[in-house]
Design a protein around this ligand. Structure first.
Ligand code: ZN
Length: 158
């Protein structure tokens, strides 16, 4: 279920819904990366979302490949799919600023300030004000934060 979004008119809401469903049905970069240098798991027990994120960083700490495996609701899978599209080519500091900007935007903290232009991520903005759905939408991003820091523990929303 995609929650209603009071910030956009029906046309935009429909576009966002379709984008989320498209990514959920046909997730981009789905699958394990054997050459991954950084990985992290994310678990959202309330909804049952589980994913493992794979990143391949080069010697300059640029993300050269990203992929994920897992299962969960449409929002969690779409968010992970969008994440893999976004992070390829980013440096670690750029990935960190995306993590900060996306979590700020989706948790209703408001403007991401000087952060990156969030592009398609605003399709997920309908979760704002629905704390249980925010956990679905930000799960992959917390896994990203954990992976680039090699924290080694699974991130859990609980
Ligand atoms: Zn979920």
């Amino acid at each position: 279920m995609i929650p209603p979004d009071v910030h956009h008119d029906d046309g935009m809401r429909e576009l966002y819904r379709e984008l989320i469903l498209d990514h959920a049905r046909r997730p981009r970069h789905f699958g394990k990366i054997d050459a991954a240098t950084h990985t992290a798991e994310g678990i959202n027990p309330l909804c049952g979302d589980k994913l493992k994120l794979y990143l391949q960083l080069d010697e300059n700490r640029i993300i050269r490949a990203a992929g994920f495996e897992g299962s969960g609701c449409a929002i969690s899978m779409a968010s992970a799919s969008l994440l893999t599209e976004i992070v390829i080519g980013l440096s670690v500091p750029e990935a960190e600023s995306w993590f900060a900007a996306v979590t700020a935007r989706l948790t209703a903290a408001g403007d991401a300030g000087d952060g990156p232009d969030l592009g398609k991520i605003i399709a997920l903005e309908g979760v704002r004000g629905y704390p249980s759905r925010v956990k679905c939408a930000t799960l992959a991003w917390h896994a990203l934060d954990s992976a680039v820091h090699q924290r080694g523990t699974a991130v859990s929303t609980e």
